[in-house]
Design a protein around this ligand. Structure first.
Ligand code: NI
Length: 390
């Protein structure tokens, strides 16, 4: 019997867990109910250890079989988003203004399904650390778990995680070696000039003009400083100056975001932006100060672990249903912080429906429950293959 077939009897139960979590969404670091549900289930499955409060609201379950010290980590995220749900089905959010619009309810249910199966069968030799992470949506939940000693307390030689993708059909996986998702940064630039009457520009230093020139010149950074074979985005998304028609503003502010697929390119962009902002301002007699905040590292898959993950997917759904070189994703993911500590792989699991399901972070999104046994089977098969019993 295939791993997918072995997980099939758990489909109804996983669906019930997923919908229960969907109706009770919690924001980052507030996942008290979700974490309690996860921990209670792991204990009921007969886990060897269940640790609550790792990185505030995170949970780690440890499952052992045999005597091998080999260990791998499997990670799911648990948090929801501050979105008012538009769905009207039975399992829609009861927490008004909070919604599982990114499918983390499904990610948690899939990992719980694998936990239940592996705890019952234990056909592996080694240690599996089930990592249920809080606060993935921009609040640094992965970092919080790492700072709480995640990998010292639960050492892992390899790490796997997955995200649903509504634009990929159920029954398909996408995985690539190397960079997979972008690193993300936010920036603010404060431009200081000298205010003046709108009719007497010669007595002031126009911060609005300097800011406009900086916004335009920043477009040269990706075009002229980043190598054409590397990928980066620099978007100025905020530009604020002045309040009156007849006053030349004393100061102006620009803000925006940068995305790149390596730490080196991100650092190059930051240094180039600082040079362009400061010197462009100086050309007008103004000054500019850049505040650059790198929030997410790029998500980079270890080539060997990506190959292993692709082989597992191929066993589950066949080579025709595994995309081995999907396009880079410009969005960011904080699993990247864990992948900087332990080699591993982040992959996408198809979550699209025939009806044309909507994208993540949309108020009418819902995780497609048909993907649950496939995701659970990926984790289960990865464990049995990687920690093969003698
Ligand atoms: Ni997400």
């Amino acid at each position: 019997m295939s791993t997918v077939e072995q997980l099939a009897p758990l489909h109804a139960e996983m669906t019930a867990w997923r919908r229960d979590i969907h109706s009770h969404p919690e924001l980052g670091f507030e996942e008290h109910r979700t974490a309690a549900l996860v921990a209670a289930k792991l204990e009921a499955f007969g886990f060897d250890e269940v640790h609550r409060g790792v990185g505030r609201t995170g949970v780690v379950g440890v499952l052992r079989a045999g005597r091998s010290p080999r260990a791998i980590g499997l990670r799911a995220d648990m948090d929801a988003l501050p979105i008012l749900e538009l769905n009207r089905f039975g399992h829609c959010s009861v927490n008004r203004g909070v919604m599982h619009a990114c499918g983390h309810d499904g990610h948690t249910a899939m990992l719980l399904g694998a936990a239940r199966y592996l705890a019952a069968t234990r056909r592996f030799d080694g240690v599996v650390n089930f990592i249920f992470q809080p606060a993935e949506e921009g609040l640094g939940g992965a970092r919080a778990m790492i700072d709480d000693g995640l990998f010292e307390r639960f050492p892992c030689q390899a790490l796997f995680g997955m995200h649903n993708r509504p634009s990929l059909a159920v029954g398909r996986f996408a995985v690539r070696a190397g960079p997979m998702m972008a690193g993300g940064a936010f920036f603010d630039i404060r431009v200081s000039g000298k205010g003046a009457h709108g009719a007497r520009p010669e007595t002031g230093i126009d911060a609005a003009l300097a800011a406009a020139q900086i916004a335009a010149s920043l477009q040269s950074v990706v075009a002229r400083n980043v190598a054409p074979v590397d990928t980066a985005v620099l978007s100025v998304t905020r530009l604020h100056a002045g309040d009156a028609y007849n006053v030349i503003p004393q100061s102006a502010e620009l803000g925006g975001t940068v995305r790149a697929f390596s730490r080196e390119v991100m650092q190059l962009v930051e240094a180039s932006m600082r040079r362009v902002a400061e010197h462009t301002a100086a050309a007008f007699g103004a000054t500019a100060e850049l505040d650059f905040r790198a929030l997410f590292a790029p998500t980079v898959n270890d080539p060997a672990e990506a190959e292993f993950a692709a082989q597992v997917c191929t066993e589950l759904v066949g080579a025709d249903h595994v995309e081995r070189n999907p396009p880079l994703i410009m969005a960011s993911e904080d699993f990247s912080a864990m992948l900087e500590q332990v080699p591993g792989c982040y992959l996408n699991i198809g979550n699209g429906g025939a009806e044309g399901s909507c994208e993540v972070h949309h108020p009418a999104y819902d995780f497609n429950d048909r993907a649950l046994p496939l995701g659970a089977a990926f984790y289960a098969r990865a464990v049995e293959k990687r920690l093969k019993a003698a």
